[in-house]
Design a protein around this ligand. Structure first.
Ligand code: SF4
Ligand code: SF4
Length: 81
């Protein structure tokens, strides 16, 4: 199987996904929002769940590492693995 640059950079979803069934932002958690150095994550106040508001991730990983419930998943692009 061969990859073109287009295939490699194409993603089906945002770099960071939040499992809303695990996220406890509705209980007051803002850990992932606080640790992101680029302020890419935010809490959706209507849902009480975290989400990625800007898709410009540096893949530095504290959001995934520090989330107390494991709700954050960072999809590292193929080329950076
Ligand atoms: S750190 Fe985890 S539980 Fe807390 S707001 Fe972010 S995704 Fe939700
Ligand atoms: S991996 Fe780093 S830059 Fe990307 S959302 Fe998480 S904390 Fe922010």
């Amino acid at each position: 199987m061969s990859y073109t640059p287009h295939d490699i950079f194409q993603r089906s979803s945002a770099a960071v996904t939040i499992d809303e069934s695990l996220c406890i932002a509705d209980k007051g958690c803002t850990v992932c929002v606080d640790v992101c150095p680029l302020d890419l994550l935010a809490i959706d106040m209507t849902k009480g769940k975290a989400y990625m508001q800007f898709d410009e991730c540096w893949y530095c990983m504290p959001c995934e590492r520090d989330c107390p419930t494991g709700a954050v998943k960072v999809e590292i692009p193929y080329l950076l693995r």
